[in-house]
Write a protein that binds this ligand. Structure first.
Ligand code: G1P
Length: 306
């Protein structure tokens, strides 16, 4: 398979994003007992809105949520809220009204129910009838990545250049490889790898690379054929990683080392650091967050010295 710069103008444009939101969020219990993790705040914006806005800025026109039981609040968030809008209007709260209304006008959303918890590969396969015969992005909403341009935009650029599926990657410390899908392959240009295989959550020391797949993928529609043929793993889940490995072997797959800062907000520490980082970037809050942090660091230093 060719890895030349193709700039093929005949590629179908990337218009659709699949966002799996059926996960239980067990790493964040007890809050996720009743609140979908995707609705947890990044300062005052639900995490799911942060990733949907990333899609909108990348030119995506339609978002397909793969949902599950108890996740209805996500659809509500992107819908009109007639009662709230009416009250805000009556009270003359124009700014708030505009903010609330803008969310419902962000993008067209479609929901597909994943009726059984059969893994990420199965979640993506649930989108087949809606995606049809087009390339699409998969966005895992646990991974918040701040960068300019966004990682989704970066992936679309790589796809437009090489015309192959792309997975975003990031080097991780050796002791963390078992949390991720890890790619092996050859580096053929700065930040670009030809993927040979991906191993899901390998034991440390059992893989020649420490390049982890992070939650942004740009996939050709052929991935659905590989997913459909994919046998479940020993835990009964259909792994996206296994289908991607087959795509890499039988067609081609690019591993792209993105630039940006990633927070895993499905994890308690990642959730906290994301809130600090996004809070620091907010013009209305940043200076105060920074002075609070400085004070805390000074106090900790003092305590250590005494
Ligand atoms: C999933 C994928 C894994 C990938 C990770 C990125 O794992 O299966 O390959 O590295 O997302 O966040 P999960 O975090 O759902 O266990």
């Amino acid at each position: 398979m060719e890895f030349r710069d193709k700039r093929n103008p005949n590629h179908k444009p990337v218009r659709k994003a699949v966002i799996p939101v059926a996960g239980l969020g067990t790493r964040l219990l007890p809050i996720t007992k009743s609140v979908p993790k995707e609705l947890l705040p990044v300062v005052d914006v639900p995490a799911i809105q942060v990733v949907v806005e990333e899609c909108v800025h990348a030119g995506i026109e339609e978002v397909i949520f793969i949902t599950g039981r108890g996740k209805g609040g996500i659809e509500d968030h992107f819908d009109y809220n007639f009662e709230l809008e009416k009250i805000l209007e009556q009270r003359g709260k124009t700014e708030e009204l505009e903010r609330v209304r803008a969310i419902s006008q962000l993008i067209r959303t479609i929901s597909v129910r994943q009726k059984k918890p059969l893994g990420l590969g199965h979640a993506v396969l649930c989108a087949r009838d809606v995606v049809e015969d087009e390339p699409f992005v998969v966005v895992l909403p646990d991974d918040l990545i701040s960068s300019e341009p966004s990682v989704t935009t970066q992936l679309i650029e790589v796809y437009e250049k090489y015309g192959q599926g792309v997975v975003s990657t990031m080097p991780v410390p050796d002791e963390e490889v078992s949390r991720y899908g890890i790619i092996t392959g050859e580096n053929w240009a700065p930040s670009l790898h030809r993927v040979r295989t991906i191993v899901e959550k390998p034991e440390p020391g059992m893989t020649p690379s420490n390049l982890a797949v992070i939650g942004r993928y740009l996939l050709p529609p052929e991935i659905f054929d590989f997913l459909e043929d994919q046998e479940p793993d020993e835990s009964g889940e259909i792994q996206l990683t296994d289908a991607l490995s087959k795509l890499a072997r039988e067609r081609a797959l690019v591993g792209y080392e993105f630039t940006g800062r990633r927070h895993d907000i499905g994890d308690k520490l990642g959730f906290l650091t994301a809130n600090i980082a996004y809070g620091l970037n907010r013009p209305d809050l940043g200076p105060e967050v920074l002075s609070y942090l400085r004070k805390k660091v000074a106090e900790a230093d003092e305590a250590e010295e005494s």
